[in-house]
Design a protein around this ligand. Structure first.
Ligand SMILES: NC(=O)c1ccc[n+]([C@@H]2O[C@H](COP(=O)([O-])OP(=O)(O)OC[C@H]3O[C@@H](n4cnc5c(N)ncnc54)[C@H](OP(=O)(O)O)[C@@H]3O)[C@@H](O)[C@H]2O)c1
Length: 279
């Protein structure tokens, strides 16, 4: 994949030989024309990694935004996800076909299982996804919301590149990160700003002030300094999208990084009844 001109080791993460922009743009709960404009604007700012899902019902708009940007398809790392009801092999194929049609592309860079579903054999789902990969419709495959045990199971069955999990200062992911280190996986941090909660945190505000930054920027920098980690903040406004992209022009000290890690308290923003047994 071709990277934007300014891409450097600091702004990309490489796992299994695949170079991925560390900072992605999350599109959950952005829909309609606002989504088209948000994706176009994010790409104009310089984001080269976009996260969507069939369940977000915005793939048509994400595809339109990509198209309007004028960028070549190979300049953007595009992720979508298959919903947990569509994990039987035929459904995987149908869902992916529809995603590709809506996104106006011949392939996604990363195709994820959105949530595990114990009622459907993981081997069957991953088998269908691996076939899609072989056919060139998904460059890479992976999972989301897989705790470490399930992730290890998935790794026995298919060439997993990524686990996308909730990860921010209030929720540590030590177990998933350990598997990532062992198997050279990407851990994509979703809800990286704890859905905005970090903005109100007194300690993060203090660190932010010391750097002339805001707590969202400090949080993103803390995440992106970690090996194997990417993050996909969502922002509805241009100002927030721009701020979240300006995170590579300052450095946190080891003491600041340690203090932020010390906030972890297993606090989840996303915990649906159908979720797995978390680590
Ligand atoms: N795999 C999964 O199951 C899963 C689950 C959840 C999320 N995700 C992905 O992760 C993405 C991000 O997660 P999320 O949307 O839950 O939460 P998030 O990115 O942690 O937080 C988004 C919130 O933070 C605010 N915000 C963003 N940048 C800001 C800034 N610079 N200053 C002040 N406020 C700021 C946003 O406000 P405005 O919108 O007003 O700018 C919004 O309210 C999603 O869009 C989706 O792509 C995946």
């Amino acid at each position: 994949m071709r990277m934007p001109r300014e891409a450097t080791e600091a702004t990309t993460v490489t796992v299994q030989g695949v170079e991925i922009p560390k900072l992605g743009f999350g599109t959950w709960q952005i829909s309609g024309e606002a989504c088209v404009a948000a994706v176009r604007d994010a790409l104009e700012i310089g984001y080269r990694h976009i996260d969507t899902a069939r369940m977000y019902a915005n793939e048509t708009e994400v595809g339109q935004g990509l198209h309007d940007s004028g960028l070549n398809r190979d300049e953007v790392f595009l992720t979508t996800k298959i919903w947990r009801d569509d994990l039987a092999p035929d459904d995987v194929n149908q869902a992916l076909e529809q995603s590709l049609r809506d996104l106006r592309t011949e392939y996604v860079d990363l195709l994820l299982i959105h949530w595990p579903n114990a009622a459907i054999a993981l081997a069957d789902t991953l088998g269908a996804m691996a076939e899609a990969q072989d056919a060139g419709r998904a460059r890479h495959i992976g999972v989301a919301n897989f705790p470490s045990g399930l992730l290890r199971e998935a790794l026995e069955l298919a060439p997993i590149l990524c686990d996308q999990v909730e990860y921010h200062p209030y929720l540590g992911q030590a177990d998933v990160l350990e598997v990532a280190r062992e198997h050279d996986l990407l851990v994509t941090a979703y809800s990286p700003l704890a859905q905005g909660k970090v903005l109100r945190d007194p300690m993060l505000r203090e660190i932010a002030e010391a750097h002339g930054k805001n707590p969202a920027q400090v949080t993103l920098r803390w995440l992106l300094d970690q090996p194997h980690v990417a993050a996909i903040p969502k922002a509805s406004s241009h100002e927030h999208r721009l701020a979240n992209f300006e995170v590579f022009d300052f450095e946190l000290s080891d003491a600041e990084r340690g203090a932020i890690a010390g906030l972890a308290s297993q606090e989840r923003m996303i915990d649906p009844s159908f979720g797995p047994d978390w680590d």
